[in-house]
Ligand binder design. Structure first.
Ligand SMILES: [Zn+2]
Ligand SMILES: [Zn+2]
Length: 251
């Protein structure tokens, strides 16, 4: 029997044994790793009141906050957040990052895509790139949760995933107990981008949780310094303004 026929047979058998169901309420579904419409509607909405460029909390900002407007060549061109970091989304994000639930990437990537499909398609990036972990932390955690999300998004967008475009060259201390200014200092010079991958390209940078923007800000700066033409940032969830001591922010 050819291998693909065998594979199809196995997958049909698995579908018969474990029919797809909503991961929250267990109602029957056509596709696995998804939520039904009713559960999807209950998830915390997209955040409001943030700088449309860097994602920092700001009221009434249309084109960019003061920081962005002062350094346009080093700031993100757009930021898109799918959900507020709270409730079920926060629980999943923590389990995904710290409790070895790498298998949740298909669900979480799909959830992000449900909210941001239009915006990210409009961006039409040339490549998708995750915020990298330092190699030592990657060994400890065994996977980079942002890279798993980025892989799912790259699949939906049908553009290449490049995990070699950005490296973490500085081992930064965990950010949980740092304020916004300390985080920015902690991350200064933490990333280096590869010119041959990003120069002249439109890049979609993917992270799981957005807290103060220190991490993505430092990554964007490195990408722009290496000649990226446009950098858009997307995150599964954004922490409410003022809540900077969440357990999932120590990437
Ligand atoms: Zn459901
Ligand atoms: Zn800004």
């Amino acid at each position: 029997m050819p291998i693909h026929a065998l594979y199809r047979g196995c997958s049909q058998l698995l579908d018969a044994l474990f029919p797809a169901e909503c991961l929250s309420c267990r109602v029957g579904m056509e596709q696995p790793h998804q939520l039904c419409d009713a559960c999807l509607r209950q998830l915390p909405k997209q955040p409001e009141n943030y700088c449309l460029r860097c994602g920092a909390w700001a009221v009434g900002v249309q084109q960019g906050c003061g920081n962005c407007l002062n350094a346009l060549d080093k700031s993100a061109d757009a930021s898109y957040f799918a959900y507020y970091y709270e409730g079920q989304i926060a629980q999943w994000a923590v389990g995904f990052k710290f409790a070895d639930h790498s298998e949740w990437s298909r669900l979480l990537g799909w959830l992000l895509w449900q909210r941001l499909q239009r915006e990210l398609s409009w961006e039409s990036p040339d490549l998708v790139l995750p915020v990298p972990l330092h190699p030592l932390r990657l060994i400890k955690r065994r996977y980079n949760q942002s890279a798993l999300l980025a892989r799912v998004l790259a699949g939906f967008l049908r553009v290449p995933l490049r995990t070699d475009g950005l490296r973490r060259i500085k081992r930064t201390q965990p950010q949980t107990h740092l304020n916004a200014v300390q985080r920015a200092v902690n991350l200064r010079g933490a990333f280096r981008a590869k010119q041959s991958v990003v120069a002249g390209r439109a890049v979609l940078l993917v992270d799981d949780v957005f807290t103060t923007g220190a991490t993505t800000g430092a990554a964007v700066r490195a990408l722009k310094e290496a000649g990226a033409r446009r950098v858009a940032v997307t995150c599964l969830a954004a922490v409410h303004h003022g809540e900077t001591t969440d357990p999932a922010s120590q990437s």
